[in-house]
Design a protein around this ligand. Structure first.
Ligand code: PLP
Length: 385
């Protein structure tokens, strides 16, 4: 028996193994996972409960529940005027949206340019969808490196994946950078798959969508999700916004992979969009407090990093202590009982960095920073906890 070479060649990203290690480390301060510590707001759960009670428990359309698609179209019309439900497909989380969109546009061996460093699953999704991921360093010292992108474009290039606000750096793309990359994509006839799952989690900055530079969605697909905005990671609801013909193609992938996302959780997602957005504001204001605290502390410790304007991650440079981020992260967890994700897990350009998630209580973050402050001067020796 032989498994697929494609699957055998895929090494699982380190995120899960560090999460497992943290879970198995007693009294570990967990700053590894991108998982909101808040519970899903009550009105969302209530609507899902009602759906259950009313036996809304059957397959839905492969495009998703009609009312939810209408609600998404209305929300997204702030970016692109005139959207209708025909521009929307509901998927199994943002991951389902990304995979279905990739599979719908890629022929075997076609290339997709992905930021280095960026969210670890992108290259694997592209590979499983039959494409070839090509990593490129989009930013140097916060400056867009247009030539790095241009030099990766060739006859086989089909798309770019962009992510704003970004995981793991927390960067929120500026309007100018978005315009530049949107123009590159248009000039070279490339799709832009724009991952906006953190769009609501921004601090004093406005999220700008790539769609603002492609009003007829000729080559832009927006990826979104309820996971982060509404603390709904386990519900697995996301969506794609795109031209109607692209949505029809994405529907074919959705149909043969999942048929449709869960009927019950789609009703939760509907309540999320239709209901009050007060809980989102509250969560974001908590994230902001934590962001301010953790960036201050890390900077006080002398770690170099850009202050994140969005998402809930910081990505400090720890190369002064260790160039090997795997080694540093293993040490940190074993000797200081603080978990993070090694930067190299996000791509070679992430080496020398670590990612902390601050989607956990301020108390825990304080404890973690306290330990880190004692740990760094002794690196790599253990500290007493
Ligand atoms: N995109 C980015 C950048 C993410 O960080 C994540 C989750 O961590 C996702 C997409 C997937 O989100 P979902 O839980 O909706 O599948």
């Amino acid at each position: 028996m032989r498994l697929s070479n494609k699957i055998l060649s895929i090494k699982p990203p380190p995120l899960r193994s560090f999460a497992d290690k943290a879970a198995n480390t007693p009294r570990c301060v967990r700053l590894d996972l991108g998982e909101p510590d808040f519970n899903t707001p009550r009105h969302i759960k209530r609507n899902a409960n009602n759906a259950l009670k009313q036996n809304f428990t059957h397959y839905t359309s492969t495009y998703g529940v009609r009312e939810l698609r209408d609600a998404v179209a209305e929300k997204e019309s702030k970016k692109v005027a005139g959207l209708s439900r025909d521009n929307i497909i509901i998927t199994t989380g943002g991951m389902g949206a990304l995979f279905c969109a990739s599979a719908a546009i890629l022929d075997f061996g076609q290339e997709v340019i992905i930021e280095n460093p960026s969210w670890a699953p992108y290259p694997y999704m592209v590979e499983i969808a039959g494409g070839k991921p090509v990593l490129s360093k989009f930013f140097e010292d916060d400056k867009l490196q247009t030539e790095n992108i241009l030099e990766k474009i060739n006859d086989k290039t089909r798309a770019l994946i962009v992510n704003t606000p970004q995981n793991p750096t927390g960067r929120v793309w500026s309007r100018r950078d978005i315009k530049t990359v949107a123009e590159i994509a248009e000039d070279h006839d490339l799709f832009i798959i724009c991952d906006e799952v953190y769009e609501e989690i921004v601090y004093g900055r406005k999220h700008v969508s790539f769609a603002e530079y492609d009003h007829d969605l000729s080559n832009t697909m927006l990826i979104n999700s309820f996971s982060k905005t509404y603390a709904m990671t386990g519900w697995r609801v996301g969506y794609v916004v795109a031209d109607e013909d692209y949505i029809k193609a994405i529907m074919k992938v959705n149909r043969v992979t999942t048929s449709c996302p869960s009927s019950v959780t789609q009703m939760g997602a509907l309540a999320a969009l239709m209901g009050s957005q007060r809980s989102v504001k509250k969560m974001v204001s908590q994230y902001k407090k934590r962001r301010n605290y953790i960036t201050n502390e890390l900077k006080k410790m002398g770690l170099n990093m850009t202050t994140p304007d969005g998402a809930f991650y910081v990505f400090p440079d720890v190369s002064e202590y260790d160039n090997d981020s795997m080694k540093f992260s293993n040490n940190l967890i074993e000797n200081a009982k603080v978990s993070c994700i090694p930067g190299v897990g996000f791509g070679s350009e992430g080496e020398g960095h670590i990612r902390f998630s601050y989607a956990t209580s301020l108390n825990e973050i304080e404890k973690g920073m306290n330990r880190l402050e004692r740990f760094l001067p002794n690196y790599p020796n253990p500290i007493s906890i």
